[in-house]
Design a protein. Structure first.
Length: 651
């Protein structure tokens, strides 16, 4: 291996610093959502009272070292959060009753409601079948013509069921509809709280699902609930309940699930599957020395491609520093064998993402891997053996990769997203932290991230591999410091060349239009994010293009984090009263979730997220437009989640 092609070295250090960094960035974002104006405290009923400020500041300063104190709403005046915790305990009882196969515990039901309780059906009668084929049936309550405000319905006809017997009846309607399902699970998410003089109203998502002999059944609904105001520690009781949205999906598969986890059957015969892949983060936390705080997110990428030309897709998996990247070649029986060492791609550098693409136009799949500080380029000999060609210098904190022929010269170029600004992650033992921990950091409009890079492919002949950084030359250095996680290319304006959308974690997203010079000899990118209406500053995790409405224009889907706490707090009147409406709107946008941008065909996009019902994707990561059921319409698939243990927080 030549000196030029040696991945950059990095210092090592103790890993507990990574844990600290993750906590710091979470605290920074949560602080934006939870903090109000100085000296203002909310009291029951929604009123604001002025406080002395001195004693509270002193107490907060004294207790700030404890995360439990920071995350204690009773200490910072957010009484609606205290109430939400109480309401969630009651909702947990509702869920347990609905998933209990035995007789209803009427005493437990009685403890949930007031004497004058009223409600509508939890399983609405007037649903419409919106999709039905041999694999899937979806019934849905017709969508309202406009937003439904959170408030008590004025007509009793909307809530005809009364008192204890009424609630038991509508709950039995749900359990009867799931009587043939096993392994029932439920989930509530409270995402709106409104305080009035005589009650507190909440809006929450409810989901319940189970397995059936023919597949699976799921119900998703939005409930509005009015609660009593109880004194001291007494649990709140429901005064009324109505269903605002409802959908039920049933799969029809002879073997049950639509998708089946086949990881072990494919990879299980390889020792690395048992010795590395099956061990969790805590195991490797004590054994490897990856300085990147993102190691804790377990987000190294992978790539799929046919590396040996046998017509079967193979798999390349990136890993953290000290653990070798793995190449699995598919066997004819569907299993895969690990060949990383013999193929020359078992690198030990902390790897974030990979591409299997044909860089030299010889009809085989070459390998590109993003490591901390560089982009590794390796040539495939056509049989799955790789020769390291170069390590292209990049920012320290590389993330995802994409390949495109941006200049239309017939060769694939490489674009690398970079997250943090270069600070030599472990220099002098200083992790440098994540951006959310920096003083003066603006979550929704950051411009202090790393520099994304466009490498132009200038391979001329065998043995002459060259890639040149043309970021500045092409104009892609404009607004290029926004903690980028993902990028995707497509011809959104139908002019024959590839344009670029960049999803940014903290700053506003970018849409760069690809323009040819007047003589056609060069390319320039213009950031049209503002004029195109795509500045989606909302913790962008991924971006995918697809023509979801089949009008001939490519639309964009961006996955973001959806936060129930953020939706509860940021939309209340007392939240950051001194902030400008624009600032409040942008902070609220942080909590809203995913974004669907419809291409208008005139260089602009409209936000169709709410009408399309795609905002709530939990803590969303990757996403793809894909036609899952081969009906000619592109569906959206997204991965979500963060932890594998029980969730006691707002994930």
């Amino acid at each position: 291996m030549s000196t030029k092609a040696t991945p950059p070295s990095r210092s090592t250090g103790r890993y507990f610093m990574g844990v600290l960094v993750i906590v710091m960035v979470a605290a920074a974002i949560y602080y934006v959502l939870r903090s109000g104006d100085e000296g203002e405290v909310m009291r029951p009923g929604g009123s604001l009272v002025k406080t002395n400020g001195t004693s509270e500041k002193s107490e907060n300063a004294h207790q700030a070292q404890s995360w439990k104190v920071v995350d204690d709403p009773s200490k910072d005046g957010w009484d609606t959060e205290v109430f939400t915790n109480k309401a969630m305990k009651q909702l947990q009882v509702v869920g347990q009753l609905l998933t209990n196969s035995g007789e209803f515990d009427t005493a437990a039901v009685a403890n949930l409601i007031s004497d004058d309780f009223r409600c509508g059906a939890l399983l609405p009668d007037h649903v419409t079948t919106v999709f039905d084929n041999q694999h899937l049936k979806i019934d849905r309550l017709p969508s309202p013509t406009g937003p439904i405000p959170l408030g008590k319905p004025s007509r009793d006809s909307v809530m005809p069921y009364q008192e204890l017997s009424g609630l038991v009846q509508v709950m039995r309607g749900v359990t009867d509809s799931l009587s043939n399902a096993a392994d029932l699970r439920f989930k509530f998410k409270v995402f709106r709280v409104v305080v009035s003089p005589d009650e507190i109203m909440t809006r929450q998502y409810f989901a319940i699902s189970g397995r059936t002999d023919s597949g699976a059944v799921e119900q998703h609904a939005t409930w509005d609930i009015g609660w009593t105001l109880e004194a001291d520690e007494a649990p709140p009781r429901m005064q009324w309940l109505r269903v605002v949205e409802f959908e039920q999906a049933e799969s029809r598969q002879p073997d049950g699930a639509i998708f089946v986890d086949c990881t072990e059957s494919v990879l299980g015969d390889n020792s690395c599957y048992r010795e590395q892949f099956l061990r969790g983060m805590n195991h490797w936390l004590e054994r490897i020395q990856d300085p990147s705080p993102f190691m804790l997110a377990a987000n190294p990428g992978l790539a799929v491609g046919d590396v040996n030309g046998d017509g079967l897709d193979d798999l390349y998996v990136c890993q953290e520093a000290g653990l070798p990247n793995r190449l699995f070649v598919q066997n004819s029986n569907g299993t895969a064998r690990e060949v990383s060492e013999s193929s020359g791609v078992n690198w030990l550098q902390s790897s974030r993402s990979a591409l299997l693409v044909d860089l030299d136009n010889d009809s085989d799949q070459d390998l590109v891997v993003a490591i901390l500080g560089g982009v590794v380029v390796a040539e495939n000999d056509g049989e799955g053996n790789f020769r390291l060609r170069d390590v292209l210098p990049s920012g320290d904190d590389t993330m995802s990769l994409s390949a495109v022929d941006f200049d239309m010269d017939g060769r694939l170029d490489i674009y690398a997203c970079v997250y943090k600004k270069d600070r030599r992650l472990m220099a002098n033992g200083d992790m440098g932290g994540l951006p959310g921990a920096a003083a003066g950091f603006v979550v929704h409009d950051a411009n202090n991230g790393g520099n994304n890079i466009l490498f132009q492919n200038q391979i001329q002949a065998e043995g002459d591999w060259r890639f040149v950084d043309v970021t500045q030359k092409t104009g892609l250095n404009a607004n290029n410091h926004r903690h980028s996680l993902a990028a995707a290319w497509d011809d959104f304006d139908n002019d024959g060349d590839q344009d670029l959308y960049v999803a940014n974690d903290y700053g506003r997203d970018n849409l760069y239009r690809n323009d040819a010079s007047s003589d056609g000899t060069s390319r320039k990118f213009v950031d049209i994010s503002t004029s195109a209406n795509v500045e989606d500053s909302a913790t962008g995790m991924s971006i995918t293009w697809g023509d979801y409405d089949r009008d001939g224009w490519m639309d964009a889907f961006v996955s973001n984090m959806w936060s129930s706490a953020g939706n509860r707090i940021a939309f209340q009147d007392q939240f950051r009263q001194k902030a400008s409406p624009e600032t409040k709107r942008r902070i609220q946008r942080l909590a809203r979730g995913n974004t669907l941008l419809k291409n208008q065909g005139d260089g602009t996009f409209t936000d169709q997220s709410a009408p399309a019902g795609i905002e709530m994707g939990r803590w969303a990561w990757g996403s793809h437009f894909i036609d899952l059921n081969n009906d000619g319409w592109e569906d959206v698939l997204m991965s979500n989640g963060y932890i594998t243990t029980g969730d006691t927080g707002d994930l």
